[in-house]
Design a protein around this ligand. Structure first.
Ligand code: G3P
Length: 222
């Protein structure tokens, strides 16, 4: 199971990468532009920081098939391995996904709002599918639709992995992990929520106070 960060905030990535086992980083044009920095610098910083085993996902911006493919080829050569091109599943995007896979690029089909589109992108050879869980919740039960998508892939023995995206709370993430989803990409705020239960510090403060009262110190050994 892969726990991925959906951000280009390098400080948050470094902090969470120290605390957790982070399989990679996903970005999109909104995420990169929100840094206020130029895109080459943001992408370059991510390429420099991530270990070779951590995956990096960068999205194309152009909307024509040729434009998507031109950017996909540029993205693909940024790292020798674990470099993935994110392509939105427009009609042009579906065509580009097919072509990019024929050229041997690693592809994540993104901006997915329905299991049907996702499944057909998988048949085009996409390595990953990124259903937008929280946005899908505007139209129904987004979590359940992603579970349905997983069942479709399993039933048809399609090896494409789901990396569930667009999370707004920890409950959405928990339900999909419990359902057996292979990967999630979460914004730092949701990751911090998952590890930020206030009860932990309260419990530790109780332990420390009990020890201090009994032994007059805050270390195990004198
Ligand atoms: O990768 C971005 C995707 O997760 C969308 O997130 O928050 O814009 O719905 P959001």
């Amino acid at each position: 199971m892969e726990f991925i960060l959906d951000t280009a905030d390098l400080e948050a990535i470094k902090d969470l990468d120290r605390l957790l086992t982070v399989a990679g980083v996903t970005t999109n044009p909104s995420i990169i532009s929100s840094t206020g920095m130029d895109p080459e610098t943001v992408i370059g910083n991510l390429v420099d920081y991530l270990s070779p085993e951590q995956k990096l996902f960068v999205q194309t911006v152009q909307t024509s098939v040729d434009g998507i493919l031109e950017e996909a080829r540029w993205i693909s050569q940024l790292r020798p391995k674990n470099m993935y091109v994110k392509i939105p599943v427009t009609h042009e995007g579906l065509e580009a996904i097919k072509q990019a896979r024929n050229e041997g690029m690693h592809v994540l089909a993104t901006a997915i709002y329905s299991p049907d589109t996702a499944f057909l992108a998988a048949l085009n050879g996409a390595d990953y599918l990124a259903p937008y869980v929280n946005r899908m919740c505007n139209y129904g039960d987004g979590v359940q639709q992603v579970i349905d998508l997983q069942r479709m892939l399993d039933a048809q023995h399609v090896p494409t992995k789901i990396v569930a995206a667009s999370f707004k709370n920890a409950d959405q993430v928990r339900r999909l992990i419990a359902a057996g989803i292979q990967a999630v990409t979460v914004p730092p705020a949701v990751a911090y929520t998952m590890i930020g239960h206030p009860g932990v510090q309260i419990a530790v403060d109780e332990f420390t106070a009990a020890w201090q009262k009994a032994y007059g110190r805050t270390t195990l050994r004198a």
